[in-house]
Design a protein around this ligand. Structure first.
Ligand code: HAM
Length: 422
């Protein structure tokens, strides 16, 4: 019987896995300079954690969650996103007691039962951040800057930042009423989802995958005309700082995001490259002033975003940004008899302590067989150990880049290699 991976999932191996980890490492390095620390939470949570956060009417909760009963009859869900888990953990561990502002990053697999297609999977990796405890628009700007810094550090070109505000609670009550009355006599021509949305969350009509391109949607009332003074001032400050920092952005007044917890600033980084990846969302986020409170915690505002790592990988591969990740072998050790193999293995591990990448042959005893193995690995140096070398403690070393061969005392080999290695 042969097994295949589950639809919508991916295997990462060798170079592909290296690429994924490279992005993760870079992200961690950059987020650390912004004062972030890591948070690792379980992949499974009680289902209510997601219903309460993403919203009962969101697509994620309605259609996309991997939910099951465990053997104790509890409803458990594989996390579809990171924010809810981090909020749960932030509250459960009372992180707000230790400092007024908490900055966390996380990285790991998320699960959504979506229709798989290029860049959309049922298991995918997110790298995300969440910040709790500060409402200032300066923080919104700094959070967006951190995402922009990361994308720039990865060398990704053709990025577009789309930003909007969906206002605070008061602004949205006002706006929701305006949308409901605007769409009331038009909704018959809309999809079934939008019909539901009209009463439950009319903002989502604006970014419906089916209906959002309709003229009637484009002519709908705009959030900016319903904003409270505080929300308007907040948004102006965020965009002023982005302009000051020369971060290109576009205000998109139909951007509302697919999760129900957002308030005020929402944003996405999409690809604007006029190729087959045009429009791909590689990062999404925003502020959520009420989520912690809705979880039963104190009145603490949060903001965050998440990158889809497979999508970043796709873009970077497309843009040829993964250079220099070929597997590199510094040294290959050839040994010509059993005793030499033992010595070779011991010596390989001494060299590895010097952070050299060392491989050896474990099986063969002839030069020819072992040289064959070096063809694929293409090591910078080949060390040959036979009876004579063992007895004299002088090994033969071949420098494959300069095509030279010398006999070098065992204790001098590290300095010999280091002097030659570029
Ligand atoms: P999201 O927009 O649902 O937001 O996802 C963030 C990113 O994850 C997307 O921009 C995309 O790159 C990637 N992504 C989402 N779904 C898939 C999928 N099925 N396959 C591959 N990649 C995918 C959130 O998840 C929020 N929790 C972000 C956030 C954090 N907001 C505040 N804090």
């Amino acid at each position: 019987m042969s097994y295949q991976k589950i639809k919508g999932t991916l295997d990462f191996y060798q170079q592909e896995a290296t690429k994924m980890r490279l992005i993760e490492t870079k992200a961690k390095e950059i987020l650390k300079t912004f004062g972030f620390e890591e948070s690792i939470t379980p992949i499974i949570e009680m289902t209510d954690v997601f219903i309460r956060s993403s919203g009962e009417n969101s697509d994620i909760v309605n259609k996309e969650m991997y939910t099951f009963l465990d053997r104790g009859n509890r409803s458990i869900t594989l996390r579809p996103e990171g924010t809810a888990s981090i909020v749960r953990s932030f509250l459960e561990n009372k992180l707000y007691i230790n400092s007024p502002v908490t900055k966390l990053y996380y990285c790991g697999p998320m699960f959504r039962y979506e229709r798989p297609q290029k860049g959309r999977y049922r298991q995918f990796m997110q790298f995300g951040i969440e910040v709790f405890g500060e409402e200032s628009p300066f923080l919104d700007a700094d959070v967006i800057i951190s995402a922009y810094t990361l994308l720039s550090a990865l060398g990704i070109k053709g990025i577009k930042l789309k930003i909007n505000t969906i206002g605070d609670f008061a602004s949205r009550v006002n706006y929701t009423a305006k949308l409901q009355s605007y769409f009331a006599d038009k909704i018959d021509d809309f999809c079934e989802d939008c019909k539901q949305r009209l009463t439950k969350n009319p903002l989502r009509i604006l970014d419906c995958k089916v209906d959002s391109e309709k003229d009637v949607v484009k002519r709908a009332p705009k959030i900016k005309d319903s904003l409270s003074d505080a929300s308007l001032a907040h948004f102006i400050e965020v965009t002023t700082i982005l302009s000051m920092m020369k971060i290109p952005y576009e205000v998109e007044d139909t951007l509302v995001r697919g999760l129900d917890y957002y308030t005020d600033t929402v944003f996405e980084f999409i690809l604007d490259t006029n190729d087959d990846l045009q429009g791909l969302a590689i990062c999404g986020g925003g502020r959520y002033a009420d989520l912690v409170k809705n979880f039963g915690g104190p009145d603490i505002s949060g903001i965050g975003y998440a990158f889809g790592l497979e999508r970043i990988m796709m873009v970077m591969t497309n843009q040829n940004l993964f250079t220099d990740i070929d597997k590199k072998t510094d040294v290959f050790i050839i040994s010509l008899d059993k005793e030499s193999k033992r010595l070779g293995l011991e010596f390989a591990n001494q060299l590895r302590e010097e952070e050299l990448v060392v491989e050896m042959d474990y099986k063969n005893y002839t030069l020819k067989q072992q040289f064959k193995l070096t063809e694929k690995l293409n090591p910078k140096f080949i060390i040959i150990i036979g009876e004579e070398e063992r007895e004299n403690n002088i090994f033969t070393i071949k420098d494959t880049q300069n095509n030279t061969q010398e006999k070098v005392k065992k204790e001098n080999i590290v300095s010999y290699i280091k002097s030659k290695k570029q």
